[in-house]
Design a protein around this ligand. Structure first.
Ligand code: FAD
Length: 306
């Protein structure tokens, strides 16, 4: 099934393709932002208002997630295309679990047609309820996707995911770091980390990668805590660690002042975390915006000039 009808394809051929890594090399430190595509298109006008508000922080690039197994691939395509039209540098997340080379080739051609030339190359997880065995697929690990894109689509910029708290399926810390490095060696330009809450985990992780040959930027991903429920959900999905002291303080804020108090505590924590990351040499900050402009704007304002 074609992703786009011919009439959908606005002629972006010949548009200048920008690799994000070239921007990172020119401008550091920086903010980048991550969005998820609202499922219902009737909510897109409000979503793009959030995007417009966040233009105030001058993000170096804007990434858009991809539904597990490609469930919302057209949304990712259309939103990244609109971001490109609005003058942002978009990065489309792309998972390869269960995908064929032909499917990936077609999707990348559609992205390129729409002026999107940067991807976050992911393995992904099989969608809930579908029993895909990724070991049997044409792509088994994210490194396979990186290799493929690097070889067949050399004009694309490629980022990969990295895990300061090791990926839940990694057999050991050492394996996790080795396979992260493998993705970078296969042709990725830089990595973006999974969320974490102890800034020292990021620096320890970077040092472990450098010790095995990593020379590329690793951008820390920062998620503001907005509510006790959301942080519980995020922790269970990501498998990352949270310092006990932080978790207890969030619980206490919730008991004393409810959602508003948790949000204030979450913003204060994110501001402190970002300052420590930047003060100690992180090249930039990738903000998991959760499609909320106000929180991110407050955080960036409180951090102050980069
Ligand atoms: P891989 O790099 O393939 O790693 C997966 C596991 O396999 C790891 O344990 C790794 O150590 C191991 N491994 C890797 N290579 C080998 C090898 N050669 N031999 C043996 N073991 C190996 N998911 C989505 O569905 N959509 C998104 O938009 C999305 N965006 C994300 C953005 C970021 C910044 C991050 C950090 C994650 C994102 N994810 C997203 C989640 C991601 O898809 C899952 O974490 C997934 O389980 C792993 O994907 P990966 O690309 O890291 O896989």
């Amino acid at each position: 099934m074609p992703l786009l009808s011919p009439t959908d394809m606005n002629n972006t051929a010949g548009k200048k393709q920008v690799k994000i890594i070239d921007r990172i090399n020119r401008k550091s430190p920086f903010y980048s932002v991550e969005f998820f595509p609202p499922r219902d298109r009737e909510n897109w006008p409000d979503f793009f208002k959030v995007v417009d508000s966040l233009s105030a922080i001058n993000p170096l690039f804007a990434s858009v997630t991809y539904g597990a197994g490609g469930g919302t691939r057209d949304n990712t395509l259309d939103i990244t295309a609109t971001l490109a039209e609005k003058g942002h540098i978009p990065m489309a997340h792309l998972t390869c679990v269960g995908a064929t080379r032909e499917y990936i080739r077609e999707y990348l051609n559609c992205l390129a047609e729409k002026g999107v030339s940067n991807i976050l190359a992911l393995r992904g997880d099989p969608p809930a309820g579908q029993n895909i065995r990724w070991e049997d697929g044409e792509f088994v690990h994210a490194s396979d996707l990186v290799e493929f894109v690097h070889r067949e689509f050399p004009d694309f910029g490629i980022a990969v995911a990295a895990y300061p708290t090791p990926h839940p399926q990694s057999a050991s810390f050492a394996d996790d770091r080795r396979y992260t490095q493998k993705k970078l060696d296969a042709g990725a330009d830089f990595a973006i980390t999974q969320l974490f809450f102890d800034y020292r985990e990021y620096f320890e992780f970077s040092a472990q990668l450098r010790a095995i040959g990593m020379t590329k930027p690793v951008i820390p991903g920062v998620l503001p805590i907005l509510s006790l429920e959301s942080i519980r959900r995020v922790l269970s999905l990501s498998g990352c660690n949270i310092p006990a002291k932080l978790y207890l303080s969030i619980e206490e804020a919730n008991q004393k002042g409810g959602v508003e108090a948790v949000k204030e505590a979450g913003i204060a924590f994110a501001v402190d975390q970002i300052k420590k990351l930047l003060d100690n040499g992180a090249p930039g900050i990738h903000l998991y915006t959760l499609n909320k402009a106000e929180t991110c704007l407050r955080i960036v304002e409180a951090v102050g000039r980069l």
